[in-house]
Structure formats: C-alpha cells, structure tokens
Design a protein around this ligand. Structure first.
Ligand SMILES: Cc1ncc(C[n+]2csc(CCOP(=O)(O)OP(=O)(O)O)c2C)c(N)n1
Ligand SMILES: [Mg+2]
Length: 384
C-alpha cells in the first residue's frame, strides 16, 4: 500500500485484499495488518519529526522577536499524521484548525509554506501575509483557510462534503477542531446536517483536555466527546493519540466509510497539549506540575520511535539520518522564508472589497452617507 493511498496522484484506497496481499510473508510484523509497509511507517515518523522540529523552531523565532505568534501542535502530531495519512492528496479536502501543522504537512503543505505564513511574507500561499499567524490554507492543495471563530470550519467541511456528493466527485472532506470548540452550536449543526444526508465527511476532535485555561470538566458534562456522534446517527470513535498506528486505522476506516457513501464519522483523538495554549499564554498559572509531567508522558513521538525500533524498522543510523533531514528541512524553510519580502503596503486592501473602496471614499456623498452617518437618508442619486 505504500504506493497507493499516499501518492499525490489520486489512486484507489488500499482494499482489504490488497492489504492482505502486501502483508503476505510479513505476518505479525508491525503495520502488516493495516497494509502499511516499512517505508510508510518511516515516512509517518519522519512527518512527525519534521513537524515537531518546525514547531520548536517557531518558539525560538517567536522569542527572538522574528515571528509574532505561535500556536503549537506538540503532542498532537501522532493523531494528526495517523488520521491524515490515508487521505488522497490533491483530491480530498482538508479544513484545518490552528494546531493542524502535522495534518497539513501530511496532506502536502511544505515546511517553506508553513514558515512563509509565520513570517507573513508576500509570497505566503495561505494569504499573502494577510491572515493571522497559524491560519494556513492553499487553494491548489484543497486546504481551506483556517477560520478564526472556532468551529465555523466544521460547517464549511459539511458544505464541501455536500457539494462533493451532489456533484458525484468522490471527494472526502476532513475537518479538525478542539474539544472546547465542540461545544459551539456550529459543531452540532454541522454534524446534524451531515448525519441526515450521509455526507462524505470526517470530523476530528483533538481532545487535549483544555480550552486555553478551562479544563475538560468545566467544558463538557460528558467525559468523551465521541458519544456525541450518537446524537447524529454516526459512529463516534475514540482514538488514543499516543498510538499512531491506531489513529491510522481509525482514520482510514472513517475515510473509506465516507468515500463509499456510508456517511460521516466523528473521531475523538485523546492527545496532550505539551505547550501553553499559545505564545501569549502561561500554562503554569493554571496547570499543576503533576498535570504537566503527566502530559509529557503522552508524547507520541518517542513512543512511535520505540515501537519502530522494537520492530527492527528503525535503527540508530536511520534515526540519525531522519533527525539530520528534519533539521535541514527546518533550516531551509526558516532561512528561505525569512529572505522573502513583506507584502507591499499599497496592496493592504486587495481582496478585501469586491469593488474599489479607495476611489469611492474620495466621493464625499458616498462617504458621509455610508460611513459617517451624517448624510441623512440616501438620495436616489446617492443610491446609484
Ligand atoms: C467563537 C470563538 N470563541 C472564542 C475564541 C477564542 N479561542 C481561541 S482558541 C480557544 C480555545 C479552544 O479550545 P479547544 O477547542 O479545546 O482547542 P485547543 O486550542 O485546545 O486545541 C478559544 C476560546 C475564538 N477563536 N472563537
Ligand atoms: Mg482543547
């Protein structure tokens, strides 16, 4: 399956028979029951390691005053890479949230593109340096821009899935949010509609136990967000975010289910937030030392490394090679993005209005009537 589900060219998702064929002679080997090859698993590990290295670099850049804001995915990478790995790049749709860097990199966004958004450079494909930091998205890769009001993206994903179904496009939409955001009305409306129409969409709640400083027990009366799937007639599955291969299996089942017309799935990945909510937050103000220590024990990266080592897939030399590669990728992305120019201030209003407001702002009638509120009722002349 290494050359099937993860190619940039859309191909058939690995069938059970294909998985069984590829697993022949490898019975009992790590990943064989899932149809994953050694190369697949090393790639998954590498995606996680690269994302972690990018994230760590962002904090250094932030503290050095070079980028204004970081919102970190450390601790979420195992769930993100595992669940996104079976998607068809360039064919399916991803509707991410601000912690989704590992999902985005798995879906084809490059480290250079991530860093361009952080430095807000003119050639940043996410928004040409206009969006808030961490609001990634590129049209060519079918990645919808992160939306600042939390959970609005869940409705976008449902709408995309409806379009896919109506047009017979065979595309699956996947969207991500935190557990706190799953208390917003948008989440429930989106799941309800997707459940009624059996839409090809996968909802992924990354439950890290906190919505900024608010702990889970003050956010929700139920312990598991997954149970909410039952209210909308869809499976609600809990994935252990420390177990990358379990996340892959659950992600693949949900994506296959969506593609085959069986409808949506809600996945709740139990993860840990290894950093503060953002670079503007200090989590020691509201988390105990024990809680923070326990969180470190849920880091998926060393766990997957150990699993691969125990299975004889990763050895010291290979690990050193991958670490050096991650370092090189991050150096390149940082240096390259930093060298690019800022957007021209004269273009600040580009893409904001459908018509050209500066020209109309020069018109005293239009300005006083519409903006200053001192022009009285519009005359028919002004209306025109
Ligand atoms: C509608 C809305 N309300 C509040 C905020 C401010 N806000 C940004 S992130 C966040 C916490 C979200 O927590 P959670 O959904 O658990 O995601 P996490 O950050 O933990 O991954 C809040 C309240 C917002 N962006 N949008
Ligand atoms: Mg949270």
């Amino acid at each position: 399956m290494s050359t099937t589900t993860h190619d940039s060219v859309p191909t058939e998702t690995g069938t059970a028979e294909a998985a069984a064929r590829e697993g022949e002679g490898r019975e009992g080997q790590l990943g064989a029951d899932l149809g994953l090859s050694r190369e697949d698993m090393l790639e998954m590990y590498s995606l996680m390691a690269i994302t972690r290295a990018i994230d760590e670099r962002m904090w250094v850049l932030n503290r050095a005053g070079k980028i204004p804001f970081v919102i970190s995915g450390q601790g979420h990478e195992g769930a993100q890479v595992g669940i996104a790995y079976p998607l068809r790049k360039g064919h399916d749709w991803m509707v991410p949230y601000y912690r989704s860097v590992a999902s985005l990199i798995t879906f084809g966004m490059t480290p250079r593109e991530i860093m361009l958004a952080q430095f807000a450079r003119a050639v940043d494909p996410s928004s040409g340096g206009r969006q808030m930091p961490g609001h990634y998205g590129t049209v060519e890769r079918k990645i919808v821009s992160v939306s600042s009001p939390v959970a609005t993206q869940v409705l976008h994903a449902t709408g995309i899935a409806l379009a896919s179904k109506m047009r017979g496009l065979d595309q699956v939409a996947i969207t991500y949010l935190g557990e706190g955001s799953s208390n917003q009305g948008d989440f429930h409306e989106a799941l309800n509609f997707a459940g009624i129409h059996k839409l090809p969409v996968v909802f992924v709640v990354e439950n890290n136990g906190y919505a900024i400083s608010v702990p889970m027990n003050l956010q929700s009366a139920v312990e598991d967000i997954a149970v909410r799937g039952a209210g909308y007639a869809m499976p609600g599955i809990i994935a252990n975010g420390m177990e990358v291969l379990e996340c892959y299996r659950i992600g693949k089942e949900a994506i296959d289910r969506a593609r085959s017309g069986e409808g949506p799935t809600l996945i709740e990945a139990k993860v840990t937030r290894m950093t503060a909510h953002s670079s503007d937050d200090q989590q020691t103000k509201y988390r105990s030392a024990e809680d923070l220590e326990a969180g470190k024990g849920m880091d998926p990266l060393p766990r997957f490394r150990q699993q691969l080592t125990d299975a004889g897939i990763l050895d010291d030399a290979e690990e050193q090679r991958l670490a050096a590669e991650a370092k090189k990728v991050v150096e390149d992305a940082t240096d390259w993005a930093e060298e690019q120019v800022d957007p021209d201030p004269a273009t600040a209003q580009a893409h904001v209005y459908a018509d050209a407001p500066p020209a109309r702002m020069d018109d005293p009638h239009w300005r006083s009537a519409r903006f200053m509120g001192d022009g009285g009722p519009l005359t028919s002349d002004q209306e025109a």
